[in-house]
Design a protein around this ligand. Structure first.
Ligand SMILES: [Zn+2]
Length: 128
């Protein structure tokens, strides 16, 4: 999970959560691999959402359509999901990570993606 800070139009401080999962065995495991990989990403997103207290992530666990899946060289398959979030705690973590962590090479792409998204709901209540 990578966090990228982004400022939305209107000045909202937000975060892009990027979760990527790569699996090998694309050829041997056949077409069900894609579905299994997507399930795995959704599960990871939900677990991270619980761990971080992030509602945007928890809500994203049903958003299979938001996952991009790419075939990679060497019998690999890679799935990536991005979730836009305005949780202040995630923002704090993201800012800290950008100060002390390794630079995230896909940060410009994550920010560009964020600007194409509808503004996230700003409530922090549980969606039941
Ligand atoms: Zn978040």
């Amino acid at each position: 999970m990578t966090l990228t800070t982004v400022t939305l139009p209107g000045g909202t401080a937000a975060v892009v959560h990027t979760l990527g999962v790569a699996w090998t065995g694309a050829i041997t495991r056949g077409p069900s691999l894609r579905d299994d990989l997507i399930k795995d990403v959704l599960h990871d997103v939900y677990v991270e959402g619980m761990r971080m207290g992030c509602d945007a992530l928890r809500r994203a666990r049903t958003a299979a359509a938001d996952i991009t899946v790419e075939d990679m060289p060497h019998d690999m398959i890679y799935a990536q999901m991005q979730v836009l979030c305005t949780n202040p705690e995630c923002r704090t973590l993201a800012e800290h990570g950008e100060q002390v962590g390794e630079p995230f090479l896909d940060a410009p792409a994550a920010r560009a993606w964020a600007l194409t998204q509808p503004a996230p709901a700003n409530d922090t209540k549980e969606s039941s």
